[in-house]
Design a protein around this ligand. Structure first.
Ligand code: NAP
Length: 323
């Protein structure tokens, strides 16, 4: 990352609203004049900024876009781009890009991992052995994942990758989405609530943003709890905003649902103490795509998008609104 300099530099100026990971930082610095997103730097370089480097959690507001008259591209290293004001970007002719598909496997793997962890109580089992408590007696019996009913809220790229894996566990699969997918061999339910009522495990894998805000509310959780005598388990690998976190905590504390596996939260990286206190909940710190292999693939794709658009070529993966 460089500070503003008087010397001419042929490299396009790019604002890093997310700190580039070490696995891409040298390559970015070689090809772009990268600037940190602080007020002093911005005041000096804003007119020259042609690109933004962002992560899936970054906020790129209409106000920031308005400050950058030469902006051409916002390259998000992530598939979700709910923090970017795409309408404001589009209105200015700025192309937003993201990194779909390359992370499907990892996020789907984690969703299965959270389901298994919550069902088989793996963190509690690990804690029991570490604490030397095994000689005191066995763990309470857990519940079976194989053969159970999986409901997927979202049946896009990652939802379908989760479904493929769940078939290997002999799960029966149903889903809800904005529209039914007749080509897929899975049962469609018209709403999250209807789906929850026929699911043992409800996995949330929609985009975040206004269209899905608190889609999983107290009613959906009540339906998940009443659909089977064992009560359902919620897994969220989408965005924290999709689940009403206060309603979820109430549902867990009151035993309305049996448990949860959560990779995403409303106010990351802060997780409410009441949620952290619940033993039937498995928590991970937004690591859906966090393997070296996948982060490298995401970084390379985001880099290509930035490079191509700043050199007059079409982006490889613009977001749907910018196609
Ligand atoms: P995608 O292919 O666009 O699929 C999104 C799915 O959500 C589609 O099936 C869509 O329905 C459905 N959907 C959208 N709005 C909905 C609504 N209001 N109600 C019900 N369903 C709705 O996206 P993807 O590549 O699978 O990624 C999904 C999301 O996963 C990302 O946007 C991101 O937020 C999250 N993610 C999280 C992590 C992590 O680290 N935990 C990593 C990567 C991605 P239609 O098919 O009918 O359009």
């Amino acid at each position: 990352m460089t500070t503003p300099s008087a010397a001419p530099d042929a490299r396009p100026d790019v604002l890093a609203v997310a700190t580039p990971m070490a696995l891409i930082a040298p390559r970015l610095a070689e090809h772009f004049n990268l600037h940190a997103n602080d007020a002093a730097t911005l005041a000096a370089v804003a007119p020259r900024i042609r690109g933004i480097w962002a992560s899936g959690e970054s906020k790129v507001s209409a106000e920031l876009i308005a400050q950058l008259p030469a902006l051409q591209v916002i390259a998000v290293m992530g598939v979700g781009y709910d923090g970017v004001d795409v309408a404001a970007a589009k209105a200015r002719g700025v192309v937003v890009t993201h990194t779909p598909d390359v992370l499907n496997d990892d996020v789907a793997d984690l969703a299965i991992g959270l389901m298994l962890s919550a069902a088989r109580q793996l963190p509690a089992a690990d804690r029991l052995v570490r604490a030397g408590d095994w000689p005191k007696g066995p763990m309470p019996l857990a519940r079976k994942l194989s053969g159970a009913r999986l409901g997927l809220v979202g049946m896009g790229r990652i939802g379908q990758a989760i479904a493929q894996r769940a078939l290997g566990f002999g799960m029966s699969i149903a889903y809800t989405a904005r529209s039914a997918k007749p080509a897929l061999p899975f049962a469609y339910q018209p709403s999250a609530e209807a789906l929850a009522a026929v699911s043992d495990f409800l996995v949330v894998i929609t985009p975040g943003g206004a269209g899905t805000r608190r889609l999983i509310d107290a009613k959906v959780l009540a339906a998940l709890g009443s659909g089977s005598p064992q009560k359902g388990i919620l897994v969220n690998v989408a965005r924290g905003s999709v689940v009403d976190e206060a309603a979820l905590i109430d549902a867990l504390e009151q035993g309305v649902i049996a448990g949860a596996g959560l990779d995403v939260f409303e106010n990351e990286p802060h997780v409410p103490e009441r949620l952290r206190a619940l033993p039937q909940v498995v928590l991970s710190p937004h690591i859906g795509s966090a393997t070296r292999q996948t982060r490298q693939a995401m970084a390379d794709l985001a880099f290509d998008n930035l490079q191509r658009l700043l050199h007059g070529q079409a982006a490889r993966t613009p977001v749907p609104e910018c196609r």
